[in-house]
Design a protein around this ligand. Sequence first.
Ligand code: COA
Length: 180
Amino acid sequence: MLKGSKVGLRARHEDDIPILQAELHDDVVTHSRSYGQPWRPITPGSKDSQFVVDDKEQGHVPFSVVELDGGTLVGTATLWRIDNHNRSAHIGLGLLPSARGKGYGTDVVAVLCHYGFVVRGLQRLQIETLSDNAAMLRSAERNGFVREGVLRSSAWVMGEFLDEVLLGLLVQDWKPDSQS
Ligand SMILES: CC(C)(COP(=O)(O)OP(=O)(O)OC[C@H]1O[C@@H](n2cnc3c(N)ncnc32)[C@H](O)[C@@H]1OP(=O)(O)O)[C@@H](O)C(=O)NCCC(=O)NCCS
């Protein structure tokens, strides 16, 4: 398990899936704001759940996020579109509603940076989030990500086009443990 100061990132367990499905996927608004895909209902136990892991998929590394104190599941974290030629990847995360606003998101970004830069030897990490997602923007910026641009009207979300912010962090600018 990879450890931050409050949370750990471990492999996905079978019994995580129904919880993630109910708390994250089945919340239509959160799903629509987070995943860039049209929401549709998924049958319980379906292999089509976005939380089912394909261990052979090399470019996409999903983790379950747990509290270090007690091991309770609190969300998901993913390093995705890993590009070993350009040595870059994207970061994504989603916390259960009861786990938000406790500093876990900031800690998850820190652990994903450690995984991306130290374990995987990447040079650049990237995050895209809606421009009104204050908690995600702050979680990224506290870890040193900088806003590189606005993708105007790039996301169709529940009946309207919204702007996304593109944030990037280069390994040489990364200060582990800073979170300032
Ligand atoms: C976005 C998300 C991962 C952030 O994680 P979090 O644990 O809630 O965030 P933190 O508690 O680490 O807070 C980070 C910062 O944002 C601020 N913040 C938290 N919630 C906020 C809110 N609703 N509005 C404004 N600021 C907020 C915190 O005060 C903190 O700032 P500070 O460090 O200056 O005090 C989490 O809220 C979440 O899973 N949301 C739903 C899914 C989602 O949006 N995923 C991202 C898709 S790109």
